[in-house]
Design a protein around this ligand. Structure first.
Ligand code: GSH
Length: 203
């Protein structure tokens, strides 16, 4: 059985939703950030990066959201979480790479600037710029990445799951979602999916 190492309200929500929608058998193991469990030896044996998500499979451990989401989608073909068409599938990868490498990193500058700098004023400066960067990147998403109603138009995919997860941080990041009508509508539509509701309620 698959086992997801997950921290509530973190980016590992995406893998939790994908697992719930996949129909695969899975188990959740909570990593308690309040106790810094992600940095303790027991968890570092699972994921030496000290981050969630980590997905334990019968072939080994997978880390990184885009890889985990793709694994779930490719394993649970009946759930149709990725398109068959190569161009459309590559668009899913493109959006998920953008979310992971650009948007998530910009968000992390808000509270985890110590990853990139030691200097207090540099950390403070990164944190100050975070809302502006998140607003800029989400404007790109609003204008170029949501065909509507789903990211790929009529085809729901793991790009919707990942976008939903990261757009859930906008309020706390100081970005007004009302200025992003497509993103807002997308959030509402994903949130209404019963499997998503179930996962959110469980958080
Ligand atoms: N590139 C990684 C980022 C994972 C990541 O940064 N996860 C955060 C939660 S959203 C984390 O585990 N933070 C714990 C920490 O920094 O100590 C991915 O997409 O999976």
């Amino acid at each position: 059985m698959l086992k997801l190492f997950h921290a509530p309200r973190s980016c590992s929500l995406a893998a939790h939703i994908a697992l719930e929608q996949s129909g695969l058998d899975y188990d959740i193991s909570i990593v308690d950030f309040a106790q810094s469990e992600q940095r303790q030896a027991q968890y570092l044996k699972v994921n030496p990066k000290g981050r969630v998500p980590a997905l334990v499979t019968d072939q080994g451990v997978l880390t990184e959201n885009p890889a985990i989401l793709m694994y779930i989608a490719l394993t649970a073909t009946a759930a149709k979480l990725i398109p068959d068409n190569p161009f459309e599938l590559s668009k899913v990868l493109s959006i998920n790479a953008y979310l992971s490498s650009t948007v998530h990193v910009a968000h992390a500058h808000g509270h985890r600037g110590y990853r990139w700098a030691d200097d207090e004023s540099a950390i403070e400066s990164m944190s100050r710029k975070m809302p502006e960067n998140m607003a800029k990147y989400f404007e790109q998403i609003e204008n170029t990445m949501i065909e509507g109603p789903w990211v790929l138009g009529q085809t729901y995919s793991i790009a919707d799951i990942y976008l939903f997860t990261i757009s859930g941080w906008l309020k706390a990041d100081g970005v007004d979602i009302n200025l992003l009508p497509k993103v807002k509508q997308h959030r509402e539509k994903v949130a209404a999916i019963p499997a998503v509701k179930k996962v959110i309620d469980a958080q």
